[in-house]
Design a binder for this molecule. Structure first.
Ligand code: ZN
Length: 546
């Protein structure tokens, strides 16, 4: 038994004869029993027909049609229907009325009516454009499941999402306005929100079928794994066009969209347009399409997975990220590419975003415990690796190149990634620089440098980064320095500084843009020949015992 009320009869009748499919009729009758949509549509159609022709319900039909009780006939007589209204309606109500004269004319009318309904029921639905007809069923579920299997994703649950052509909203609006009129005449107010959306009905039908095809996986409302089904219907795209003149403000061209008639814009326009204006421009029933919607490729998308660790860089000719100038590559590889290649293949991800706690220049090595980094892996087909597998992955990275080394490799949450950037400026970093001096180094020079504590520098944006950074003066602190004498013109300078200090500029002075600088302090020209990062003092990600 369908959960319908007597008052729904006129609506059912009207929609069926207008070319709505059985499931759309349920939607407009606000049937929210999911099982009703899962029945074969032919069965539902037969039940609907039995429902409207059931003489048991004749009384309520009569009272509905009685002008005194419900003003039932007036809508046909008043001529308020738009030009598209089929003229058969008045005829169709009459034959089933008790006490109506039984005669040849009436049974002929019944026959015509039945034929019309038969024809209406067999074509493509004017409301859902076929989506709730053959596009919702076992065959479609097999197609969706095949696509998911093809991707070889690993997942526990999935969420099914549906994208519908925008003109469906226009058609829905037209049907709703007429159903609303019908229900108002029965003194029951029907809100647009009460109508079950096509999307919802589609999911009710398909979720179970898709789950079954995938061996019983849970299809849920929220999941990291999303399977999207998109439908288009080129034949009826022009349905929306009148809205561009009636609600011009709603349709602004946007860069990335092919058409201004996006679903959002159409929904907005339909909220604004008055019923009278809508009915002037759009018919009921909506024009019958000759074909049903075209299902586009099923898209599978797994939410990003985040991986973090620390890297060492042992090479003075390796940039952190691909170095491209004027479209041409300057170095054959980069830190992020060396790390990313094995990670992407382990997680079978489509792409990545790399970030790190600061960065070093191409000619600077990063030693010690390394620099914290994190990677967002886009659309990973695998999302869970055991600790053992992560360890193996780390080994694979480390064996793939002697230019870098990775430690503490682990899966982290998106939120935890934020900790890497937290309070970055307050952190300290340690460096070793190889310094050249113009004059021979004296022992008092060394002692003087070693005695300096918490020296505040004023650093103007260095010349070498001025093309990508705004000109500013930043104060940074050199907490302490320690020298190791090499020969009269060379020494190693160990520094512990505030993060973000430009070390090269502190040593050579950057034409006086960093003050004070090593050249000033030693009262002779100095330059930096080599630089190593010895430690980045960020306690994230947590270290993993080897
Ligand atoms: Zn339909």
């Amino acid at each position: 038994m369908l959960p319908l009320k007597d008052g729904d009869k006129a609506i059912v009748h009207k929609l069926l004869s207008s070319g709505c499919c059985a499931r759309c009729v349920l939607r407009f009758c606000c049937v929210s029993v999911q099982a009703a949509y899962r029945k074969p549509p032919q069965e539902t159609l037969e039940e609907l027909r039995a429902f409207i022709s059931d003489p048991e319900n004749g009384k309520s039909r009569q009272s509905a049609a009685d002008p005194a009780a419900g003003n039932g006939e007036s809508h046909d007589a008043a001529g308020s229907d738009p030009p598209g209204e089929p003229p058969v309606k008045r005829v169709k109500l009459e034959p089933v009325e008790p006490g109506a004269p039984a005669g040849g004319d009436v049974s002929a009318a019944v026959k015509v009516e039945e034929e019309k309904e038969e024809e209406a029921a067999s074509g493509v639905c004017v409301a859902c454009l076929g989506i709730l007809q053959e596009l919702s069923g076992p065959a479609q579920a097999v197609k969706i499941a095949e696509k998911v299997k093809e991707g070889e994703y690993e997942f526990d649950t999935l969420v099914l999402s549906v994208s519908l052509p925008a003109q469906l909203c226009v058609r829905e609006h037209s049907c709703w306005l007429h159903v609303k009129k019908e229900s108002r005449e029965k003194s029951a107010a029907l809100g647009k929100d009460d109508v079950i959306p096509v999307k919802e009905a589609f999911k009710w039908i398909m979720q179970g079928l898709v789950a079954k095809e995938l061996g019983g996986v849970a299809v849920v409302i929220r999941s990291l794994f999303e399977v999207s089904v998109e439908f288009t219907h080129p034949e009826t795209e022009a349905d929306c066009h009148f809205l561009a003149t009636t609600c011009a403000g709603c349709f602004k061209p946007t860069k990335n969209k092919q058409s201004v008639f996006t679903r959002m814009a159409v929904v907005k326009a339909l909220e604004k347009i008055s019923d009278a204006v809508f009915l002037k421009h759009y018919t009921f029933p909506p024009p019958r399409p000759s074909s049903c919607c075209v299902p586009r490729d099923v898209q599978c998308l797994h939410a990003s997975v985040f991986v973090a660790g620390r890297y060492n860089k042992f090479c003075r000719s390796l940039p952190q990220t691909p170095w491209v100038i004027d479209g041409e590559r300057r170095m054959e590889s980069s830190v992020e590419e060396l790390i990313a290649a094995p990670v992407l293949s382990s997680f079978r991800a489509a792409g990545f975003n790399f970030s790190s706690s600061g960065r070093e220049d191409v000619d600077v090595r990063t030693l010690g415990n390394g620099r914290p980094f994190a990677m967002e892996l886009l659309n990973p087909h695998r999302s869970k690796l055991s600790k053992e597998e992560m360890k193996q992955l780390q080994e694979t990275i480390n064996k793939s190149s002697d230019k870098i080394r990775v430690r503490d490799l682990q899966i982290v949450s998106r939120e935890a990634m934020g900790r890497m950037k937290e309070g970055e400026e307050a952190k300290t970093k340690s460096y070793t620089a190889l310094v050249w001096t113009q004059k021979a180094i004296q022992s008092q020079d060394i002692a003087f440098i070693d005695a300096i504590k918490d020296l505040t520098l004023d650093q103007k944006t260095p010349l070498r980064v001025l093309h990508r950074r705004a000109l500013a003066v930043r104060q940074r602190v050199v907490h302490r320095m320690n020298t190791r004498y090499l020969d009269p013109h060379h020494f190693h300078l160990e520094l512990k500084t505030q993060a973000g200090t430009y070390i090269k500029e502190f040593v050579h002075g950057d034409f006086g843009r960093t003050k004070p600088n090593m050249s000033e302090l030693l009262k002779m020209d100095t330059d930096i020949l080599e630089l190593d990062v010895e430690s980045v003092d960020v306690d994230w990600p947590p270290s993993i015992p080897e």
